[in-house]
Design a protein around this ligand. Structure first.
Ligand code: ADE
Ligand code: ZN
Length: 324
């Protein structure tokens, strides 16, 4: 099965580029930027990755990105990810980035997006992997800051396919960003947002995302299973869900493999993704392998998962069809 998974053409739809910052690159960038890290080795860094819920993960995630300062830093970050993804036969990726995690510490938006964009272009030419960017707002910041970020992104509209919402969900429901999402839709962005696993009010957050915001897909969204009527609405609309088994295992007590099985059986367009692979020690191939093992997935089911992913991509129909 491992060989089958390795050879399968894959699609990644839930991947935070800042969550792909491996310890080795962290050291390189720290040195380049004259930053002293509070760790003496790669092993030291990995040993500090102890988290058991979303806030404890996010603390380490934001600390880690302090080394990202210049346009070449963002280029190197994205290029390293795309190389890794291409090595796992990922053919297409939609990549989240968190501009506010950088602008809030004085790193300009322009420099972040130019570095990422340049890597996407080079990777397509050099590695044959295609990718698009999704700009995420940080939900634990004020909605006004998200709106300002949305406006700041407009000169780069052609480089960004859609918007997302991430960071700490507690007390930060989807409706907090209703006006931001309305404007994003007017500007032609596609819409997604995190409804993280086992959060306070998870089901209500999924309902808000689908009914009140009108998202085009949902990131995570596993708790939808608690509300059969909501499952039916997602199914009717063909809304995709980007689920991340290994990440689930870190921020909750399980990979939620059984829930993923139920989502598949219910006809939901569920997909398997990696979230923050440098922190959770698993890219998309490892996520598929973990799930295949836990659920004894057949080759046909693995193919179905990747078909679901290519089907819900935000590519124009003719490009989508080329992967299917
Ligand atoms: N930012 C990066 N990874 C995240 C996750 N899994 N949930 C919420 N925000 C995130
Ligand atoms: Zn995520």
């Amino acid at each position: 099965m491992t060989d089958f998974i390795a050879g399968l053409p894959k699609c990644e739809l839930h991947l935070h580029i800042e969550g792909t910052l491996e310890p080795e690159l962290k050291f390189t960038l720290a040195e380049r930027n004259g930053i002293e890290l509070p760790y003496s080795s790669v092993e030291d860094i990995r040993a500090a990755y102890s988290f058991d819920d979303l806030p404890s993960f996010l603390k380490i995630y934001y600390e880690g990105m302090e080394v990202l300062r210049t346009e070449p830093d963002f280029y190197d970050l994205a290029m390293a990810y795309l190389r890794k993804a291409a090595s796992q036969n990922v053919r297409y990726a939609e990549i989240f980035f968190d501009p506010q995690a950088h602008t809030s510490r004085g790193v300009p938006f322009d420099l972040v997006i130019r570095g990422l964009r340049r890597a996407l272009i080079d990777a397509e030419r050099q590695l044959g992997i295609r990718a698009q960017l999704i700009m995420c707002f940080l939900r634990d910041f004020q909605a006004e800051y998200a709106m300002a970020t949305l406006l700041e992104s407009l000169p780069y509209r052609e480089w960004i396919v859609g918007v997302g919402l991430d960071s700490d969900e507690k007390g930060n429901p989807p409706v907090k960003f209703k006006a931001v999402y309305e404007r994003a839709r007017q500007e032609g962005y596609l819409l997604t947002m995190h409804c993280d696993v086992d959060q306070e009010n998870s089901v209500e957050h999924i309902r808000q995302a689908v009914e009140e915001i009108g998202v085009d897909r949902v990131d995570h969204g596993v708790n939808v299973l608690e509300d059969p009527a909501l499952v039916e609405r997602l199914r009717e609309r063909g809304l995709g869900l980007t689920v991340c088994p290994i990440s689930n295992g870190y921020v909750t007590d399980s990979t939620k493999a059984e829930a993923i099985r139920r989502m598949l059986d219910l006809g939901l367009r569920v997909t398997v993704n990696s979230d923050d692979p440098a922190y959770f020690a698993g890219y998309v191939q490892e996520n598929l392998a973990v799930l295949a093992e836990e659920l004894s997935l057949t080759e046909e089911e693995l193919v179905q998962l990747e078909r679901n992913a290519f089907e819900i991509t935000w590519l124009p129909r003719h490009l989508k069809d080329a992967y299917l």
